[in-house]
Design a protein around this ligand. Structure first.
Ligand SMILES: C[S@@+](CC[C@H](N)C(=O)[O-])C[C@H]1O[C@@H](n2cnc3c(N)ncnc32)[C@H](O)[C@@H]1O
Length: 192
């Protein structure tokens, strides 16, 4: 049976929840959301049609805002920051873009729903070493932003899954996504 799409959820503590911003960095670090979008969904000259990326923005003025980007239907996008600044502003303002939706789901509500069909992995330096395990095909990966995942969100997520680590080195969230995509690509290729 074909595996479900891979999913990533980024918990953004401060990501702005209205469209009044001049740049992604000053909008509660929406630049991290942008970087994670690129590493989740883009290949060289193509999109990963089997990936869904979520960001839950918890910054002012109207948290939460859940943005979902589905690689299967995503359209009319490029990798540059200008393109995504425009798209994120538009979607946060309630307008649509092919393959992208925004709603008011909280991190907890989203995770509870996704955990019904997926193995949840919480990325954290102190977790089980990813090199010593085989990842489930139908998996969902939870990541924190530049500050890391809040303890409350982490405890909630761990009701549904386990912590995994890429080693003791703290990486950018976007780099972690690149590594996970690579590991799953390799796993799928070797058929294990
Ligand atoms: C820039 S890091 C945040 C670092 C922050 N100092 C902390 O304590 O979480 C952003 C996110 O990337 C993930 N991450 C970074 N390095 C990791 C590692 N070595 N193993 C697993 N996940 C990692 C975690 O989900 C983390 O919340």
């Amino acid at each position: 049976m074909k595996p479900l799409p891979r999913e990533f959820i980024l918990f953004s503590r401060l990501g702005k929840t209205d469209a009044a911003f001049n740049n992604l960095h000053d909008a509660g670090r929406l630049d991290i959301v942008y970087e994670c979008i690129v590493t989740s969904l883009f290949l060289s000259h193509g999109l990963r049609r089997d990936v869904i990326f979520h960001a839950v923005l918890n910054g002012p003025p109207k948290p939460p805002v859940h943005i979902k980007i589905d690689g299967e239907t995503l359209y009319d996008v490029r990798t540059d920051v200008g393109t995504w600044q425009q798209i994120l502003r538009k979607v946060i303002a309630g307008k649509s873009h092919p393959g992208i939706s925004a709603d008011k789901a909280s991190f907890e509500a989203l995770l509870k729903q996704e955990a019904q069909t997926r193995q949840v992995y919480v990325l954290e330096e102190g977790g089980k070493n990813v090199a010593e395990m085989e990842l489930s095909e139908n998996s969902l990966f939870v990541l924190g932003d530049h500050v890391g995942l809040p303890k409350k969100a982490e405890s909630f997520a761990l009701r549904y899954g386990e912590k995994i680590s890429l080693g003791r080195q703290p990486y950018l969230a976007a780099s972690c996504i690149t590594v996970i995509n690579y590991l799953l690509d390799r796993q799928a290729k070797s058929g294990s």
